[in-house]
Design a protein around this ligand. Structure first.
Ligand code: PSV
Ligand code: MN
Length: 434
């Protein structure tokens, strides 16, 4: 590897790229502002809200992902967490919606977490929830997670899994994080393989130890998932189990909704509304899916569903729902795209859904609901959803110092080609999810 300074997109380059698009963008923004004003919506306030929107990038998302069949690495992939942070910084530089990073331990383990925190800070980034990993065995690990972790029949395996989560909390403290996300792959593949009740009991007991070790200002997010890798039963399979466990575990335990972790056609926005109602919505892993846990890019398959989720979030925000402070994180696997492009596009789709949900006429919606005007209520949502807020998002990015057109700017800058030269692949690089 060359000792030269790693390539970065210069502010001059960005300014020149923006300059060519600025006049048309402002013109479109003014037209949109006028249209919104006729509906009583102040575009300037929306721009401010959009500028305040942030979603965390998953460190594992900047490497090319894969399936259980294969992974096709892309050029110039980051080879370690420091290079991953460089890529996260570009995403934030151009799209201005991702000021935080969600790390995964042990994938992002280093010797010096102070250096990692400093590197992130130098990029203007900070750390969101730390994700633990007891769904894989690590080299040199004493006991295997093949038959489970926090719910394992063997107390020694459970203790090892608890210890890993405590280590994640310690690492998170050093990184300035304030939350731990726990997803377990525990479950069974055969009817009768596992005692369904005892498995959950053991999980809750193990989680109690983790909750007890949380610093006072920390939260733990329980992530449910219907199936995979367990295909007959999963210990934390659905939001009901997650919610009940979080109730037993107390106020620091909240539920995390990964959009791909539900049965097909389940009403995710209603799950979100329920969790808000019970003060147990901790956060999200955003992605999109058509069949299962596809880990496709946010908003790429079902943008209307994403909008409906944000509609519930804005509804809660407006009525100042008690305990409502969800953490927003992306959790995707980029198998066929440049991960940086996918993450910028996803962050912008999330901002889009957020802005569209903000322009719903809530008084008109409520009036229609109260009058049992089913179509009228639906049309209020559709009016917001079909509004093209792109110029508004572009202006928010421009004012925040980002790119009017992030993907075009990224391509024109040749970032990936530079990284391909700087980062020759090394054997054993574990980029992405396989
Ligand atoms: C599991 O499918 C999951 O959604 C969990 O959040 C993991 O931590 C993540 O994917 C990465 O594999
Ligand atoms: Mn997830």
């Amino acid at each position: 590897m060359s000792a030269a300074k790693p390539f970065a997109i210069s502010e001059d380059f960005l300014a020149n790229h923006n300059a060519r698009l600025e006049a048309a963008t402002i013109e479109d923004y003014h037209a949109l502002s006028r249209a919104l004003a006729r509906r009583g919506v102040d575009a300037e306030k929306l721009v401010e809200k959009v500028m305040g929107f942030g979603v965390a990038i998953p460190t594992w998302g900047v490497g090319t992902g894969g399936t259980r069949f294969a992974r096709f690495p892309g050029p110039g992939e980051p080879r370690n967490i420091f290079e991953k942070l460089d890529d996260c910084a570009v995403i934030q530089q151009l799209a201005r919606a991702t000021p935080t990073v969600s790390p995964h331990i042990p994938w992002d383990k280093v010797d010096d977490y102070g250096a990692l925190r400093d590197k992130a800070a130098a990029h203007g980034l900070s750390f969101d929830a730390v994700n633990s990993n007891t769904f894989q065995d690590q080299p040199g690990q004493e006991l295997s997670y093949k038959f489970g972790s926090l719910s394992h029949a063997d107390a020694r395996v459970r203790a090892q899994a608890v210890a890993h989560n405590l280590e994640c909390i310690e690492i998170g403290r050093k990184l300035g994080s304030k939350a731990l996300t726990v997803w377990i792959a525990d479950g069974s593949n055969f009817a009768g393989q596992s005692n369904l009740t005892k498995a959950l009991d053991r999980y809750i007991e193990a989680m109690r130890e983790i909750v007890a070790a949380l610093p006072a200002d920390w939260r733990v997010f329980l992530e449910h998932k219907l199936y995979e890798p367990a295909f007959y039963s999963t210990v934390i399979a659905d939001w009901g189990t997650s919610f009940a466990a979080a109730q037993e575990l107390g106020p620091k335990a909240l539920c995390l909704v990964d959009l791909g972790h539900h049965a097909p056609s389940v009403n995710i926005e209603q799950i979100v509304a329920r969790l808000i109602r019970f003060k147990k919505l901790g956060g999200f892993h955003f992605n999109d899916s058509k069949y299962g846990d596809d880990d496709l890019d946010s908003g790429s398959v079902e943008p209307f569903r994403l909008f409906l989720v944000f509609n519930e979030l804005i509804d809660a925000e407006r009525r100042k729902a008690e305990g409502f402070a969800p953490a927003y994180m992306i959790d995707q696997s980029h198998n066929v795209t440049d991960p940086i492009e996918s993450l910028m596009q996803s962050a912008m789709e999330l901002q889009r859904a957020y802005a569209q949900a903000l322009i719903v006429d809530r008084e008109a919606l409520e009036a229609a609901q109260e009058a049992n005007d089913a179509l009228g209520a639906h049309l209020e949502l559709k009016r917001a959803f079909t509004t093209d807020v792109s110029p508004l998002l572009a202006v928010a990015r421009l004012r925040a110092g980002g790119a009017i057109a992030p993907i075009e700017a990224y391509r024109a800058a040749g970032y990936r080609a530079h990284k391909a030269k700087e980062r020759p692949p090394v054997a054993g690089t574990s980029a992405g999810i396989v």
